[in-house]
Design a protein around this ligand. Structure first.
Ligand SMILES: [Fe+2]
Length: 252
């Protein structure tokens, strides 16, 4: 692994055991001559190729943090895990779990770049989005977004978790960036109320970041790949409902 280049790098997140999407993204990153990658978590939970994904990530050795699902994989008893966590857990060996257990919840990638999964204080809170009482996923208020950043001095703030690629510029010029999801472009959740997060594309998503004289230049990359092997794995794990989300980014 080369030294991390904080002036030009890729940001990936929320792979969710989709090894084929990860391979497609890693190839695209390499094709652009980028060799620095930071990974924002939720690596392995999912009804697909958790073990294979873990092997790919361990071989890469990129700076990484843990997501809420990664935490649940090492904190919960198997019988208490949600179904997609349990499918992943059953594929993993002790060394994969050791890697997850040792990942930090947040990371200063450099002195000016901060990474977390949800918000600086929580791996389950949406930083940029709010869920309405009727289950709509909307932009969170400017005041709430800003207040989550009040303790962090970095000029670039990275978060994942909602699987929605989005950039927000804070009033003082700092940049908040979610690179979207490599492997899971749509999902449903019951908390705080039932809601769907849907991107409308099955493409694997990540971000490229460059530090220029005028500020942080960011680009989202949507990489088409063939999801059929992952769909078959999901079906074999009793999650046939993942076919639509993997292929289209819509949940239903
Ligand atoms: Fe997450």
């Amino acid at each position: 692994m080369n030294t991390f280049d904080p002036t030009r790098f890729a940001v990936i997140s929320d792979i969710h055991s989709n090894a084929d999407a990860l391979v497609a993204v890693l190839r695209d990153i390499s094709d652009q001559g980028i060799d620095s990658i930071v990974n924002l978590g939720d690596h392995l939970s999912g009804p697909m190729a958790a073990r294979e994904t873990a092997e790919l990530l361990l071989a890469q050795g990129m700076p990484s943090i843990r997501g809420n699902h990664d935490r649940w994989l090492v904190e919960k008893r198997p019988e208490d895990m949600g179904s997609i966590d349990r499918v992943a857990f059953d594929q993993l060996e002790a060394r994969h779990l050791k890697w997850l257990r040792e990942l930090p919840p947040v990371l200063w990638v450099s002195e000016d770049i901060f990474a977390c999964h949800g918000t600086p204080d929580s791996d389950t809170t949406y930083w940029m989005e709010a869920v309405s009482s009727k289950g709509g996923v909307v932009l969170r208020s400017r005041e709430e977004i800003n207040s989550e950043a009040s303790e962090i001095t970095a000029s670039l703030l990275l978060c994942g978790h909602t699987h929605l690629p989005r950039r927000i510029d804070l009033p003082d010029g700092r940049v908040l960036l979610n690179p979207g999801s490599v492997g899971c472009p749509g999902y449903g959740d019951d908390r705080p109320v039932p809601h769907l997060v849907q991107t409308g594309t099955g493409a694997a998503c990540y971000a490229v970041v460059e530090r220029k004289a005028g500020g942080w230049v960011t680009a989202f990359r949507h990489i088409p790949y063939d999801p059929r092997r992952m769909v078959e794995l999901a079906k074999a794990a009793d999650h046939a409902n993942w076919e639509t989300r993997l292929a289209t980014g819509w949940v239903n």
